[in-house]
Design a protein around this ligand. Structure first.
Ligand code: IPM
Ligand code: MG
Length: 401
């Protein structure tokens, strides 16, 4: 027997979703200008510690920002604001992915540095609330998830542009159990949403003298949404005659990233949300693990910078949180500095981080008491930023000698 009532209920839910998504399309069409940080009297940076190891590694990253921005903070050009309350306990208490007061505080900032936050899944002791990341990306319209991965000795220098506000994610908490036996999720692609992320990737390539963009989908199977993404890429590419492009399916792409002969050919990679999530973890692993990778979530009005890994509650339970590796958060802090216009400071911080973690290795993070603490490591990075030999060390590292 077909359950007509259940079908009607699901249709109603679907109707509501369609209305919301069409409104979103209209909002995207009306457009918005990019924030011009150089024009702001004062740039407000919010720091959300998150939970698990989040508060520990965020504290280290905050210290780094405070030292690097000492003069600007002193003159009032930059303000750093700690935002409390983005913890799993508080989120559960409010039954909100991001409690309203926390979101309001975030929206008063121009950019945010965010520690990892726990994302419950079905069966966890926490109620199954939405991911704070997904909610923040949606609420602040942070449509581009930009994730660099670099391993000079392997010839790897990748920049991933993951679509961040659509795909299988955006309605990930809005799927329907039509009946006890039938579950349906939704995947969304819009022309505007695809265009803006693909254009950003081509723009980045063009501005940085990179001659190729790779577009990754599964358009042979997921024909409608991935099909739109791929078609949009073909259209956008016409505006960038100096940049070549090719298209790959996500399955073979995951294989090619570990193919030592082919992986050097990839440079800028643009892809829908879920594939981007998976592929960037694989890429980060090649670089040394997700703990080494930073991630920028960029929108026209706001931007948020974070680690790409989770909150590692086990490290806290085992009393090892102070040994958590803050590299990913420091990398995110460097991306933040670059985004708000402190390009030289960002470059120096990135160089120092690479020299500390990949070349000099005077302090090593092991996640345990036989390694450095996060605070010790952050101090090491800061000392290296001030090292007059930083540049020559970094050049030696790039040449891998
Ligand atoms: C990431 C994370 C998040 C995601 C989780 C925590 C929801 O894995 O930023 O890649 O899937 O996007
Ligand atoms: Mg991920």
């Amino acid at each position: 027997m077909v359950d007509v009532k259940a079908i009607e209920k699901a249709k109603e839910h679907f109707g509501k979703i369609l209305e919301e998504q069409l409104k979103r399309v209209e909002a995207m069409k009306s457009g918005q200008d990019w924030t011009d940080y150089s024009n702001l009297q004062r740039i407000k940076i919010g720091i959300c510690g998150g939970d698990g190891i989040g508060p520990y590694i965020s504290r280290s990253a905050k210290k780094v920002l405070e030292v690097l921005l000492q003069d600007e903070i002193g003159s009032g050009k930059v303000e750093i604001k700690v935002i409390e309350g983005l913890t799993i306990e508080n989120r559960v208490k409010e039954m909100k992915a991001i409690p309203d007061d926390v979101l309001a505080e975030i929206k008063e900032c121009h950019v945010v540095l965010k520690g990892p936050t726990t994302t419950p899944k079905k069966g966890d002791p926490w109620p199954n609330i939405e991911s704070a990341n997904v909610a923040m990306r949606r609420e602040l319209d942070l449509f581009a998830n930009v994730r660099p991965v670099k391993v000079p000795e392997l010839g790897v220098d990748w920049m991933f542009f993951r679509e961040n506000t659509e795909g299988s994610y955006v309605l990930g908490s809005r799927g329907v159990n039509v009946t006890e036996d039938l579950a349906i999720d939704f995947c969304v692609a819009t022309s505007q949403g695809s265009d803006r992320i693909i254009r950003l990737a081509f723009d980045y390539a063009a501005k940085n003298g990179i001659d190729k963009v790779s577009v990754v989908t599964k358009a042979n199977v997921i024909k409608t949404t991935d099909g739109k993404f791929l078609n949009t890429a073909a259209e956008v590419a016409k505006d960038y005659p100096g940049v070549k492009w090719d298209d790959w399916f996500i399955d073979i792409m995951t294989a090619k990233l570990i193919d030592p002969y082919r992986r050097k050919d990839f440079k800028v990679i643009v892809l829908p949300n879920l594939y981007g999530d998976i592929l960037t973890d694989e890429a980060a692993q090649i670089q040394g693990g997700v703990g080494t990778a930073g991630s920028a979530n960029i929108g026209k009005r706001y931007a948020m910078f974070e680690a790409i890994h989770g909150s590692a509650p086990r490290m806290v339970d085992e009393g090892r949180a102070q040994y958590a590796d803050p590299s990913s958060m420091i990398k995110a802090a460097a991306m933040l500095l670059n985004h708000i216009g402190f390009v030289d400071k960002a470059k120096r911080l990135e160089m120092a981080l690479e020299v500390c973690t990949q070349y000099e290795k005077k302090k090593v993070m092991t996640g345990r008491s036989n390694g450095a603490t996060g605070d010790e490591f952050a101090q090491y990075v800061l000392d290296t930023v001030n090292d007059p030999d930083l540049e020559s060390k970094w050049i030696r590292y790039q040449r891998s000698d």
